[in-house]
Ligand binder design. Sequence first.
Ligand SMILES: NC(=O)c1ccc[n+]([C@@H]2O[C@H](COP(=O)([O-])OP(=O)(O)OC[C@H]3O[C@@H](n4cnc5c(N)ncnc54)[C@H](O)[C@@H]3O)[C@@H](O)[C@H]2O)c1
Length: 248
Amino acid sequence: MRFEGDVALVTGAAGGIGAATCARLAAEGARVAVCDIDGAAAAAVAADLGALALELDVRSDESVAAAVAAAEAELGPVTVAVNNAGIAGELFFGQTPPERWDELIAVNLRGVLAVSHVLVGGMRERGRGAIVNVASEAGRVGSQLSVVYSATKAGVIGFTKALARENARHGVRVNAVAPGPVDTAMVRSAGALGEIGERLVAGMVDSTAMRRLGEPDEVAAAIAWLASGEASYVTGETVGVSGGLGMM
Ligand SMILES: NC(=O)c1ccc[n+]([C@@H]2O[C@H](COP(=O)([O-])OP(=O)(O)OC[C@H]3O[C@@H](n4cnc5c(N)ncnc54)[C@H](O)[C@@H]3O)[C@@H](O)[C@H]2O)c1
């Protein structure tokens, strides 16, 4: 029960890695706010866990402020934040229009900033908080057909380090995980693109030393560790959870 007394807010929590993270945190005693742009799917996840569901679009500062206010009114001050919401989906960089860059940056990078910005002040004041950002190995090694995605995830890693430095002496730890290919809707939607999609997924599997996709709970386990008191001397780190893809 590593999270007894904790209030956890997880974004992009309606499925995949986010839902698995909510399940772990709730099972270990946290009161959890399951936040997602898909409010109905968040409600289904929350109902199974006895958690709070909130509709949250990380692209909107108003939506972020409202969701955090609702979570804190219902559950108490947030002590654990997991910035997990993310999108993928690109062609080769030369074929990816600027509107798509903006969308990827808005969700994957600016969304992480927006949620952290609302929460970090209170965590500092209370001298207690853990933020875990879900980056990607793509942000460390670069991933073809995911050039802008890779840039956003590299940005998340840089943000994680800098925010960790600013807050380490105030009781707030900030870390990231860098998943490799994980069996979620994100990867399955790439596989659904027909032959090129199948080759893409096969290439992802081949890029791991273990030659397999990860399971959402294998990433959730690392997120939970980083968020817990067991990682009390760990901050600013990016932990690869990628079957040996990165080995940083
Ligand atoms: N699956 C992988 O192979 C993989 C690898 C590396 C990193 N990641 C990262 O893991 C995280 C979770 O992805 P996943 O694989 O579980 O995929 P997923 O598609 O199952 O989950 C992403 C969730 O984010 C939500 N979301 C999208 N836009 C949002 C917004 N504007 N506001 C709030 N929520 C929003 C979606 O509704 C969805 O529930 C993402 O940040 C992704 O980049 C995934």
